[in-house]
Design a protein around this ligand. Sequence first.
Ligand SMILES: [Zn+2]
Length: 322
Amino acid sequence: MIEKDYVIGIDLGGTKILTMLVDQQGDIIAKVKRATEADKEPSKIIDNLKQTVVTVTEQAGIGLDEVKGIGLGAPGLLDLEQGAIIDTPNLNLKGVQIVEQLKEFGPAVFLENDANAAAIAEKWFGAGRDVEDLVYVTVSTGIGGGIIVNGEVCHGLGNGGEIGHMTIDPTSKLQCSCGNYGCWEVLASGTALARRAKEVVISNPDTLLRQMVEDIEQIDGAIVAEAARKGDLVAQGLMTELAEYVGLGLANLITIFNPEKIVLGGGVSKSWELLKPTVEETISKRVMKPLLDGFEIVVAQLGTEAGGIGAATIALLKLELI
Ligand SMILES: [Zn+2]
């Protein structure tokens, strides 16, 4: 039997922890999901985290000593050198030296921002395998991303790639979770789509969108997309408006990085066929033509597992196993 190297990738989210045992091919050998209990005290969250590590090795039938390293993808602003979480909105781990807490499993524990981890996963094992320069963009309740230049994540001083918080509309009165107004995230996320839909249905009570829910508050991005697919003009208008904002941010990213690919993930990428025409039109209007030669937008391939696979990939890279 060929000797294999295993690492663990952890995707620490606000609702759940997804932990997986991964080999050098990026294949998932075993995976475990557990509630984060994000509002509990830090020690409880850390216990949950450790429990997933133990469980995933048991499930795979290997000893903890056979695990070469652990990659941890965490949301928010991080201190990569200290292995600490500086600030994260939906997780009670502010200021926690998270890497230190996992050292009982061995010295090789590596921290990375969750969206950067997903970007790395797509670059090594997903839609960006064939390129060295890409921008990964995930549009769901918020907008996150990871910038990969020459095959490596662009960290800057540590927290580069917070693309959802670039200002897209300086006149906007919409405040973002980061405190700023008019961020890309408040204008182009699934949450933004739902907010606009709730505003619009009040003056358009006859739309299919209104009939699809009992209460206006139930409208979310997926419902708007479904109504648009069924031909509802109001919902189609909302998708076009969203696509313009998505395209505006993507145009800026293309202008700055001139990447080979933008890899689009998150819930909104499931409606890519509805957004594509307007996104492409917005990009071609705003980006200088030569930058688009050989450029393409592709949908992410690894779905909700990207964060965990990416965290594991970081461990593989740091340990020079790939
Ligand atoms: Zn923001």
